[in-house]
Design a protein around this ligand. Structure first.
Ligand code: NAP
Ligand code: ZN
Length: 359
C-alpha cells in the first residue's frame, strides 16, 4: 500500500477477512481504505487481538451489525505514511488503534478526553459510518488501516508488539473502571469471568495494588488465576463459598458476555460497593433491589475508555511489564478461534499475526 495523498480520488487497496452476512464464517475480502486526509495516519497492521465483541458483531447479537464487516479493534501497527498536517507520528513508528477512530472532538466529554462518551456518538473502528463520507468503517482483521492522528496511540518503547494488542480493548475496558472507582493498594476487587477482559482486569487490578478475587464458574482456572496475580479464585456456582464471601468487595467487574443473573454477586459487595458491568450489552435476568437497597450497593456500566487514558494504560503496562496472555494465530484460523472463544476455551486472548495474511 503506497501512494501520495495529493490524488483526491486515490484509495488504498487492502485485504482482510470479513463476515458477509449474519453468522457467516469469515472469508478473505478485498476492499479499499480512504485516501489520506491531512490529519490521517496510514499503517500496516502487524497484530490484531480477537475480542468477544468481534464475535457478537459477526453474529449480530446486538441487532445493529452491517455487512460485510471486517472485525478487529485491538490493532498494533507500523506507520507507512502520514498526511500533510500530522505532527505526532512519522513513518516506521509503532502505533496502536483501539475501538474508536473518531468523535465530534468538541463536546464536553470529548474535551475531557472521554471520547467514548461523545455526545454525538463516537465512530467505532468497524461498523460505524465515517463522519465525512458515511462509508462504513472496517476493522483490524486486515493488512492496512487509515486513522486520524487523534485516535492513534503510541506504543511505548519496550512493550512487546506481539502481545500488546489486547490492551487496546480488553485492557482499557477494565483499566477504565479500576481508575473511575479509584482502585489502589488495599482495594478489594472481584472479577467475574476469566477470559480476555477478565484476565486483564486481574493483571491491572493487581498491578494497582488491589487484593483480587476471580469468580469463575468452575475451579479449573484456579492455578492460572493465581499466576495472573489474583489472590484467590471463588467458584461462583458454589453457594457456600459465595455466602462466605458476603460483604467483602469494594468493586466487582462483571465481564460475562451473555444474559445472566447478577443476584448471586450483589451480596458480595460491601456497603457502597459497586458491581460494574463491562460484558453483557442488553438484558440481564431480573435483578432484585433487595441487596441494592439494604447494603446501599450499586450497579453500573462502563464502555471502553478515552484516548488519553488508553495512552496512560499503555505507558503503565510498559513501566510495570504487564502484558496480556496471548495465543498467536494465523488469519485463516479465525473461525476456529471464534468457536473456541464461544466455548470459553481461550487462555486468554487470541492475537492474529498479520504476517500470516497474504493477498
Ligand atoms: P471472553 O474472552 O469470551 O471471556 C468471557 C468469560 O466470561 C469467559 O472466559 C467465562 O469465564 C465467562 N463466561 C462465558 N460465558 C458465560 C456464561 N454463560 N455465564 C457465566 N460466565 C460466562 O470474552 P471477552 O473478550 O472478555 O469479552 C467479554 C464481554 O465484554 C463480551 O460481551 C464483550 O462484547 C464485552 N466487551 C465490552 C466492552 C465495553 O466497552 N464495555 C469492551 C470489550 C468487550 P469463566 O470460564 O471463568 O467463567
Ligand atoms: Zn473489544
Amino acid at each position: 500500500m503506497s501512494a501520495t495523498n495529493t490524488m483526491a480520488t486515490f484509495r488504498y487497496k487492502t485485504f482482510g477477512y470479513a463476515a458477509q452476512s449474519v453468522g457467516a464464517r469469515l472469508t478473505p475480502f478485498s476492499f479499499e481504505r480512504r485516501a489520506l486526509r491531512p490529519n490521517d495516519v496510514a499503517m500496516e497492521i502487524l497484530y490484531c487481538g480477537v475480542c468477544h465483541s468481534d464475535l457478537h458483531w459477526a453474529r449480530n447479537d446486538w441487532g445493529w451489525s452491517a455487512y460485510p464487516v471486517v472485525p478487529g479493534h485491538e490493532i498494533i501497527g507500523r506507520v507507512i505514511e502520514v498526511g500533510s498536517e500530522v505532527t505526532r507520528f512519522k513513518a516506521d513508528d509503532h502505533v496502536a488503534v483501539g475501538c474508536m477512530v473518531d468523535s465530534c472532538q468538541h463536546c464536553d466529554q470529548c474535551r475531557k478526553g472521554e471520547e467514548q462518551l461523545c455526545r454525538e456518538g463516537n465512530t467505532l473502528t468497524y461498523g460505524s459510518p465515517d463522519r465525512i463520507t458515511q462509508e462504513m468503517t472496517q476493522g483490524g482483521y486486515s493488512k492496512h488501516v487509515v486513522v486520524r492522528q487523534e485516535f492513534v496511540l503510541r506504543v511505548p518503547e519496550g512493550l512487546d508488539l506481539a502481545r500488546a494488542a489486547p490492551l487496546l480493548c480488553a485492557g482499557i475496558t477494565t483499566y477504565s473502571p479500576l481508575r473511575t472507582w479509584g482502585v489502589g493498594p488495599g482495594s478489594r476487587v472481584g472479577v467475574i469471568g476469566l477470559g480476555g477482559l477478565g484476565h486483564m482486569a486481574v493483571k491491572l487490578a493487581s498491578g494497582l495494588g488491589a487484593h483480587v478475587t476471580v469468580m469463575s464458574r468452575t475451579p479449573d482456572k484456579e492455578a492460572d488465576a493465581l499466576a495472573l496475580g489474583a489472590d484467590r479464585l471463588l467458584v461462583s456456582t458454589d453457594p457456600d463459598a459465595m455466602a462466605q464471601a458476603a460483604n467483602s468487595f469494594d468493586l466487582i467487574i462483571d465481564t460475562v458476555p451473555t444474559k445472566h443473573d447478577i443476584n448471586p454477586y450483589m451480596p458480595l459487595l460491601d456497603v457502597d460497593g459497586t458491581l460494574v458491568i463491562v460484558g453483557q450489552l442488553g438484558n440481564l435476568s431480573e435483578p432484585s433491589t433487595v441487596p441494592l437497597m439494604l447494603g446501599r450497593r450499586r450497579v453500573a456500566g462502563s464502555p471502553i475508555g478515552g484516548i488519553a487514558q488508553t495512552q496512560e494504560l499503555l505507558d503503565f503496562c510498559a513501566r510495570q511489564n504487564i502484558l496480556p496472555e496471548c495465543e498467536t494465530i494465523r488469519m485463516d484460523q479465525i473461525n476456529e478461534a471464534f468457536e473456541r472463544m464461544e466455548r470459553a476455551d481461550v487462555r486468554y486472548r487470541f492475537v492474529i499475526d498479520m504476517a500470516s495474511l497474504t493477498a
